[in-house]
Design a protein around this ligand. Structure first.
Ligand SMILES: NC(=O)c1ccc[n+]([C@@H]2O[C@H](COP(=O)([O-])OP(=O)(O)OC[C@H]3O[C@@H](n4cnc5c(N)ncnc54)[C@H](OP(=O)(O)O)[C@@H]3O)[C@@H](O)[C@H]2O)c1
Length: 220
């Protein structure tokens, strides 16, 4: 597996599921920083410019799947800056990977509400990113659109505002899960769903929150 965003909340969940799954041989984490964690199956590459993979081409060959969990909150960002992180990094990575490992499954994490035609900046940029990735000639490609993600196993968000939000809403999460389970998932379920979809595929290319929960259970 190749993983982008392993230092974050969604990527941290995906990394945990990959490392605990005996069928996953190795995980290559690519990012601008390293995890404060060593594991025999984990190899990390720090890339100063995540839009340029020319020197890495040889490292990217032969992988079965890429889980692209790198992303940022649009709060306080201009469209140009948000697009640079969201679209430019994702597409640069995806284009390098489709050259090096065209037989892989590529999974891009966008989010609930993603829509390329939206007037809302983040939703439009994520939607355009989804569309561009889904048009690339990977063996299989998917967009995951989680809604509310409950962090598990001590995983925390890299984004301070989200950490505060999770702390505030934590007591309400059981109620939310009971009343609106369709809109709630967990870092564990997102990671399991990625592995299941990479192995067995899924009936549609864009997985909304309830599809992610179904895929985590093994539904295809
Ligand atoms: N958390 C949720 O509830 C949720 C729900 C729906 C969708 N999503 C989406 O899932 C994705 C990941 O979210 P998250 O909650 O895991 O976020 P997070 O905890 O803030 O982690 C973000 C990850 O992206 C990397 N990153 C951020 N900006 C970067 C940049 N400019 N250059 C290189 N790497 C950068 C971070 O690396 P560093 O460690 O180096 O900063 C980290 O690995 C995002 O696209 C988000 O919109 C999240």
């Amino acid at each position: 597996m190749i993983l982008f965003g392993a230092t974050g909340m969604i990527g941290g969940g995906a990394l945990r599921e990959c490392l605990t799954d005996s069928a996953v041989e190795c995980v290559l984490s690519i990012g601008r920083s390293k995890k404060a964690q060593a594991h025999e199956k984990l190899r990390e590459i720090v890339v100063p410019d995540l839009t340029d993979y020319r020197t890495l081409a040889g490292d990217l060959a032969g992988y079965d799947a890429c889980f692209f969990c790198l992303g940022v909150s649009s709060a306080g960002m201009s469209e140009v800056d948000y697009r640079r992180v969201t679209y430019d990094i994702a597409l640069a990575a995806a284009r390098a990977l489709v050259q090096a490992s065209p037989a892989m499954t590529f999974i891009f994490v966008s989010g609930a509400g993603t829509n390329a035609s939206s007037k809302t900046m983040w939703a439009r940029v994520k939607g355009e990113t989804e569309n561009a990735i889904l048009a690339l000639p990977f063996r299989a490609k998917y967009a995951f659109r989680p809604a509310f993600v409950r962090p598990m196993h001590g995983i925390t968000s890299r984004t301070r505002s989200y950490r505060i939000l999770y702390a505030v809403v934590r007591p309400l999460v059981p109620v939310l899960e009971a009343l609106a389970s369709k809109y709630v998932t967990t870092t564990e379920r997102v990671g399991r769903a990625m592995l299941n979809v990479a192995r067995r595929g899924y009936g549609k290319a864009v997985l909304e929150n309830d599809d992610i929960n179904a895929a985590a259970k093994g539904d295809a």
